[in-house]
Design a protein around this ligand. Structure first.
Ligand code: CA
Length: 235
């Protein structure tokens, strides 16, 4: 049986709501729409959607406030939509428990990729099935071996340092999702680590040099400007 995931699109701009809903329904999802925060909250409790696409700029409520309320009782995946250049909003949304974000204007491929990833990550308790089953994560020519603590490119060990490996391993567990600088730093160096991104940036540059063909145009490790990093997700 084919289960169609129900997606609630919370967006007050009709043209964008229409675009998102059309893309979703033509790709096998069921789409519902809410154009205000109040309507969204009531639809969430009455329709139990599988995922929410939440615009942060709503007429009656701040999208972040909706997210805060939601996270007090549900871990239902939420992809927020925000205007370009509002990095702070994106970081705040991720810190409040959003699964990912889309920056306006976004295209069909990006929308579908975010939706697929957010749904996939909630289905698998471990976050990543492949790692749970095989102890490895592979995307393109890159393989992360969680048992041997190695990253391989076309089968060759690229000899990461321990910190570099831990960063790649963390991103691999959440492949396809953006992780904020703050989240990565705290996961790696503990909750009291300084929020300074410098060490992370240096490590990232080294990792890129070792795994990317052209570090200036990465195929695997993407920078989300002002927010964090994302590792490519395999099909
Ligand atoms: Ca809006």
């Amino acid at each position: 049986m084919n289960i169609r995931e129900k997606i609630l699109v919370v967006e007050d701009e009709q043209s964008i709501a229409h675009f998102i809903s059309t893309v979703l329904t033509s790709n096998g999802y069921e789409a519902m729409q809410a154009s205000s925060g109040t309507e969204a909250l009531s639809m969430i409790s009455s329709h139990c959607p599988d995922l929410i696409i939440l615009d942060l700029g709503l007429p009656d409520m701040d999208g972040l406030e909706i997210l805060r309320q939601l996270r007090s009782w549900t871990s239902l995946p939420v992809v927020v939509v925000s205007a370009r250049s509002h990095e702070k909003d994106k970081v705040d949304a991720l810190d409040l428990g959003a699964d990912d974000y889309l920056t306006k204007p976004f295209g069909t491929d990006e929308l579908l990729a975010r939706v697929r990833t957010a749904i996939r990550h909630t289905r698998t308790a471990s976050g990543n099935d492949e790692i749970a089953q095989k102890g490895t994560y592979t995307v393109g020519d890159l393989t992360i071996d969680y048992n041997k603590h190695q990253a391989l490119v076309r089968g060759q060990n690229v000899k990461l340092t321990l910190s570099e490996f831990r960063i790649v391993a963390l991103l691999g567990k959440h492949a396809g999702k953006v992780l904020t600088y703050d989240y990565i730093i705290k996961e790696l160096w503990g909750p009291r680590a300084s929020g300074d991104n410098q060490i992370l940036r240096v490590n990232m540059a080294n990792i890129r040099r070792k795994i990317e063909k052209n570090p200036a145009e990465p195929e695997y490790l993407f920078t989300e400007v002002g927010v964090g990093y994302r590792l490519a997700e395999g099909e």
